[in-house]
Ligand binder design. Structure first.
Ligand SMILES: [Zn+2]
Length: 117
């Protein structure tokens, strides 16, 4: 991946990072608290936990993608080492796998989650 593309994806990832970082902050917590009518305090608390957990996971993914950019391994599938399609990276800048490996992983997970009756 050349320097121009590296910078392009870095900006893409940093924009994503800012978007998700906002979800973690007090602003989001305050927004959810404001919507709270007081009757479902525990439900709102768990909603906030879920949002924060998701946002933290996304931020961690973006952080790892930025690290891979610095190392020069960004855009390579961590499973097979092949180049990840750039259209895929534009849609999912934190993608760690190429489409083939992602499909294989999802298929394997689907099999594991199926009930074994
Ligand atoms: Zn792969």
């Amino acid at each position: 991946m050349d320097k121009i593309k590296t910078e392009y994806f870095r900006r893409l990832l940093l924009a994503e990072l800012r978007r998700h970082a906002r979800l973690i902050g007090d602003d989001q917590a305050a927004a959810i608290d404001a919507a709270d009518d007081g009757a479902k305090e525990s439900a709102d608390l768990s909603l906030r936990d879920v949002i924060e957990e998701l946002a933290l996971k996304l931020v961690a993914d973006i952080d790892q993608a930025l690290m891979r950019l610095d190392e020069g391994s960004y855009g390579l599938c961590v499973r097979c080492g092949k180049t990840i399609d750039e259209r895929r990276l534009e849609a999912v800048p934190t993608a760690r796998y190429d489409a083939a490996c992602q499909a294989a992983i999802e298929q394997a997970n689907g099999k594991n989650e199926r009930p074994t009756i």
